[in-house]
Write a protein that binds this ligand. Structure first.
Ligand code: MD3
Ligand code: FE
Length: 210
């Protein structure tokens, strides 16, 4: 079976491709993300209204980046602290998108989430985009995590999935608007990041194409 057809097409457009990136590819992507973070430093966003800091640190690459601060969530073309445009999306991620997304336009945003061992992400929906016909493509690097996904209503039942370094997850169709979050990191489960922690990359189409 070609590599592009591995993975479990499960309920509602949720597709996990375990081990899609081998160790060499993970190292190359890690280095490309280090270069992104050198140009566009990781920072700690804060929650709309309350201003409470996130436990996850973030940066972006692509023509648009997702940011959050006291005035709300939004996509913008420049880093909130440096004012510079976000760096380009590394080619290896664009290749994954072309291979797996089943969507005819390129992604505009790549959000880089960095989790230290204590970081979490509460259950939420990704709904700040104008285009929901495109999937979200997520790549995990470094320590494993316990990921949780439910339905399109916050109170729908959830299932938990462990994500490991090199796994790719696609959320398309009805699962595009599923509630999801990260309950915990498993420290010491990967040697990819010498200081430990987990990186998650999410590729997204933000605007509707012409
Ligand atoms: C399910 N990130 O950045 S990635 C996010 O591991 C985010 O950092 C998590 O949720 C992380 O918004 C989860 C997997 C993911 C991404 C988008 C989804 C799962 C999703 C959109 C809809 C449903
Ligand atoms: Fe999300």
């Amino acid at each position: 079976m070609p590599i592009s057809e591995r993975g479990t097409p499960t309920f509602d457009g949720f597709r996990l491709v375990p081990g899609r990136l081998d160790r060499t590819e993970q190292e190359a992507l890690r280095d490309a993300i280090r270069a992104v973070a050198a140009e566009a430093p990781l920072y700690r966003p804060s929650m709309p209204r309350t201003g409470k800091p996130f436990s996850v640190r973030m940066t972006n690459c692509g023509s648009l980046g997702w940011v959050s601060d006291q005035s709300g969530y939004r996509y913008q073309p420049a880093h909130p602290l440096t004012g510079r445009p976000w760096p380009e999306i590394p080619e290896i991620l664009l290749v994954l998108w072309r291979e797996l997304a089943d969507y005819p336009h390129p992604p505009e945003a790549c959000l880089v989430n960095f989790y230290d061992p204590e970081a979490r992400m509460g259950l939420h929906q990704d709904s700040d985009e104008a285009e929901f016909a495109a999937p979200v493509l997520s790549v995990s690097l470094g320590d494993s995590c316990l990921f949780r996904v439910g339905g399109t209503n916050r109170r729908d039942p959830t299932r938990s999935v462990r994500l490991a370094s090199g796994d790719v997850l696609l959320l398309g169709g009805p699962s595009r608007l599923a509630f999801h979050g990260v309950d915990r990191i498993y420290p010491g489960t990967s040697k990819l990041l010498p200081q430990g922690g987990r990186i998650n990359l999410t590729l997204r189409r933000v605007t509707k194409p012409e």
